[in-house]
Design a protein around this ligand. Sequence first.
Ligand SMILES: Cc1ncc(COP(=O)(O)O)c(C=O)c1O
Length: 374
Amino acid sequence: MPLFDVYPLYEVTPVKAKGVYVYGADKKKYLDLYGGHAVISIGHQNPVYNRKLKRQISRIGFYSNAIQNPLQTQLADEIEAQSGCNGYQMFMCSSGAEANENALKLASFHTGKTKIVAFKNAFHGRTSAAVAATDTPKIIAPLNAQQEVIFLDFGDEKGLTETLSKGDVCAVIIEAIQGVGGLDMPTEKFMKQVENSCRENDTCLIADEVQSGFGRSGKFFAFQHYGITPDIISMAKGMGNGFPVGGILAHPNIKPWYGMLGTTFGGNHLACQASLAVLEVLKKKKLMDHATALGEAFIKRAESIPGVKKVKGRGLMLGLEFDFEVGELRKKLIYEHQIFTGGSSNKKLLRILPPLTVQQKHLDQFFTALEKSL
Ligand SMILES: Cc1ncc(COP(=O)(O)O)c(C=O)c1O
């Protein structure tokens, strides 16, 4: 049976991975500066991660959410301690889209309203409301187009005020650093205005931290660079270092009721252990400080390279913009230099999303390869 052919594939077949390296069936060793799309946070085959998952699967891997699972509470407490998001309540699911779907649904339940405000170039996932709030018309099926979503530019203060003041918007959903869209960030002034307008108009502010969360930006959540307090925070990717796990954090003002949200797989024992391992390593290895320091050094070095038009992002969520499309450059980096990088919907942008355990020598290896390839 053929696979449903929706992805163009590179000619690499990973058979093993360790740390920041992926090993191909071709016997080549690839430097992973893509992190399997910002998913690998604490490195491939991390010993803490492997130990926790192996131990858990030998006891119980899964049971439904109808029983007590103290691992969920342990995880919620550790996220609270490390993020400083005090008093929030956690609901778990299994992917980023699902996290945003639940976030949007919760905002609608909480406010009783239906419209969404999202931003140009946003990416929030491929499920119903999440895809409708994604600014890529070709992936929005007619079925999804029923959702009422208003897309604004980052910085469109007038548009934001006018739209929210109509009183029918349940949520503003925002990435503090755009991922798929190409690493654009709102200004501090605009982010504060988003927060204030949401407060004034009984609209939930949703911070989509699916890609930028769990330390990737140098803080636990990227919105924390702005000092704002979202009503709902969505998380996934780096949360599980490859295990499918996602979740939302809901502000203490948002009250739950039985049946409001639900899931079969979300928050299972293995998912919790994967995320607990990520948190243990994040803390022990001080990976957020490490991401900040390496990100700053990366930006400085990248800015000195002729041909690099702009350097974007922060921490280890970075982008290099050129004045040409980077498709061929990415192929050269993979096939000639064995380095994985990412693309984005901005075709001229190369994305760098390594495991947070990456070292300076790996980034030096990238710059040498980049200079040779330009
Ligand atoms: C910011 C953001 N939100 C949501 C998603 C969707 O996550 P998933 O692919 O796990 O559904 C992504 C995926 O790239 C993302 O970058």
